[in-house]
Design a binder for this molecule. Sequence first.
Ligand code: GLN
Length: 543
Amino acid sequence: MRTKKRNFIVVTGGVLSGVGKGIITASIGNLISNLGFKVSMIKVDPYINIDAGTMRPTEHGEVWVTEDGGETDQDLGNYERFIDTNVLKGNNITTGQVYRTVIEKERNLEYGGKTVEVIPHIPDEIRRRIMDAGERDDADFVLIEIGGTVGDYQSALFLEAMRHFKMNMKENVVFVHVVFLPVPSNLGEMKTKPAQHSVRELNQAGIVPDIIVGRSRFDLDEPRKKKLSLFGNVEIKDIISAPDVPSIYEVPIILEEQGIIENLFERLGIKYKKNGKYDDWKKFINRIKNIKNTIKIGIIGKYFDTGDFSLEDSYISVIESVKHAGWNNNVNPEIIWIDSKKFEKDPSKLKELDKVDGIIIPGGFGSSGVEGKINAIEYARKKNIPYLGLCYGMQLAVVEYARNVCGMPGANSTEISKDTKYPVIDIMENQKDNLKNKKYGATMRLGRYDAVLKKGSTVYGLYGKENVSERHRHRYEVNPKFISQIEEKGLVFSGKSPDGTLMEFIELPGHKYFVGTQGHPEFKSRPLRPSPLFDGLIKAAKR
Ligand code: GLN
């Protein structure tokens, strides 16, 4: 189904950040794309960073990697999981990108000698980027999530751009404002006041919301809706209640049942027919609600020193991938967080790993906690505990094998030890200059790369084909000089780059499940299409 015009749905947030505006936006995208329309999802981030690649996960949450090699905000991950379409890097717009372009254009005399000013030139560039993304994605609907909270000084120019949007294309633009309604424990009752004020704040930016989504612990009752309607200047039917739910994947259904699509489409003048994809999603939700059995998956990581963001945010795609694979196998995964540092201080603690059914070591950087991870990998290998190593988790499995099986004491990655006698993981040749010249931003091996799997291997069986691709984000690789020595001792490099030079997958025959990949399969796992490697881990853990 196609629309005659391109439609824009702008989602803003009020009262607090972190209330699930990204999930609401992704859920609207899910409903519209399940009707068969083409959807382009855009996240606007008010920070100066050009992208999220240079940010610490504990500061800003996971860095999401797009198919075309963008290092973006984690919300793009939610979008991809909810609409099951590749969202490209141009769909994450930051203040830094916008200013950089405007300044470059000014230097190139592209403003024809005019004074270049914050208004209108910055909002103009924001709109240009949004129009470009809509065009590139050939979209019927462009969903734009404005990061931050209305009233933030740094979001103001983005709101200004959205006001211009509405001015220029009135009947093509609608606004959804997501507010938080607290239930203070001393009162035990839901309060609408902060939400009222946030609507006022939005009005001051010249924007009138069409729909208000109320996020809270509970459903919004009639008295709250009446109040919010009166002070928020919308009709009661335009207030949608979005209470806390056990699974984020239920949110599209909650919004749909309250008529959000009819409401949005009526405003935009779009007709539509329901189709079966929405029912598939509903069936999926009903199925996962009825899963009884659980399985314990240990994730060994290091981002435990929580900053503004929680542990869950640092590893969100890994967690979601475990859930997708678990549900596919009719089990609810329980995730056990394990700080690798404790295995360094006290190796007897490794016994704790006997309690889990499977272990994951996800991606990481630097030396902190690395020896503990290596000890844990040795334990998993010897005790036949299913193990999945993602990027760093694969590299460290190679280090462990070199040290403990191949007779290479002190083997290491040169990321950790520059002068190890056995640099089994080494910097990629084309990365050396980047590090020397401090070119850190967007210079890793990033995005989609193809690999060829070895016929008859475990990974070949899981993917069910020879040619596969996963997304990447790293600077180091298995050192080709040591491959034959390691292979002789039994570790199998079961997937390589098409030219055979880069080792992309490893596995250990005879083990219940001991698999690693240089890629990040967690970026391609979707609720209804789990990643084969996570699926393999869960299947082995269930046995
Ligand atoms: N630090 C390692 C590298 O740069 C692994 C990166 C990762 O796990 N994403 O190669």
